[in-house]
Design a binder for this molecule. Structure first.
Ligand SMILES: N[C@@H]1[C@@H](O)[C@H](O)[C@@H](COP(=O)(O)O)O[C@@H]1O
Length: 242
């Protein structure tokens, strides 16, 4: 596992976006696994800049997002579809038909999960970007005695809802459920980029990457993947330097 620490968020964003850009330059029809949350925003901004300057084109790129809230109405600004449109897709030359976000509004959510898995089964994600939750979750795979391999519906933990409440008017508006890609699909990606920022994540990222591999810390499963690059800001990296 390759762990890199950056003094500034700008440097982290540039290197991370550079890894995406060089993949797309060598493989214009690359398949990207994308994430939401505050962590990837700076990286997406850098990708927008590279796209607008003509260094990289998303014309033939296909994307699959990790997760989506259940029950938010279409167009709600906190749906992960709206997040992706606003933070990346609306600003680059990607064909929206090539962008995929799990459907959290389907009448039959189980069928929608199955459909997402069928689409994923036909693809091979070249590069998957991940953030980490305060409790060690990746996507919305919450700590548990067992984890799911495929796309499934999850009940969000209270601490996850609290952490995400900052994007809503109040905690009561934060959905109680989500649809998430499973750990199996995430680990199938050819390369995984885990990005972690901030001192409040220093402990959990250290535990996930150096502690026991356990479903109680879903990100610890990344230790079993052969090609993970970890990008940390200074504050998130403190436990690695003693
Ligand atoms: N489902 C998302 C995750 O994919 C994300 O990695 C995590 C961390 O979010 P942030 O980057 O805002 O700290 O929270 C959310 O719950």
């Amino acid at each position: 596992m390759n762990i890199m620490t950056f003094n500034t968020n700008e440097e982290l964003d540039q290197i991370a976006a550079g890894i995406f850009a060089s993949l797309i330059q060598t493989k214009p029809s690359a398949v990207l696994g994308l994430a939401t949350g505050s962590t990837p925003i700076g990286i997406y901004q850098e990708l927008i800049r590279l796209n607008q300057k003509g260094y990289v084109s998303f014309k033939n790129v296909r994307t699959y997002n990790l997760d989506e809230y259940v029950g938010l109405p279409e167009g709600h600004k906190e749906t992960y579809r709206a997040f992706m449109d606003n933070q990346l897709f609306n600003h680059v030359d990607i064909d929206k038909a090539n962008t995929h976000v799990p459907n959290g509004m389907a009448d039959d959510l189980e069928a929608a999960c199955k459909e997402y898995d069928e689409a994923l089964a036909k693809e091979s994600i070249d590069l998957q970007i991940l953030g980490i939750g305060h409790n060690g979750h990746i996507a919305f795979n919450e700590p548990n005695s067992q984890l799911h391999a495929g796309t499934h519906i999850v009940t969000l933990k209270e601490d996850t809802r609290q952490a995400n409440a900052r994007f809503f008017n109040s905690i009561d508006e934060v959905p109680t459920h989500a649809v998430t890609m499973g750990i199996g699909s995430i680990l199938k990606a050819k390369m995984i980029m885990l990005v972690v920022r901030g001192k409040e994540k220093a402990e959990i990222v250290h535990r996930a990457l150096t502690g026991p591999v356990t479903t109680e810390v879903p990100a610890s499963l990344l230790q079993t993947h052969p090609n993970v690059v970890v990008l940390l800001d200074k504050e998130a990296s403190t436990k690695f330097h003693g």
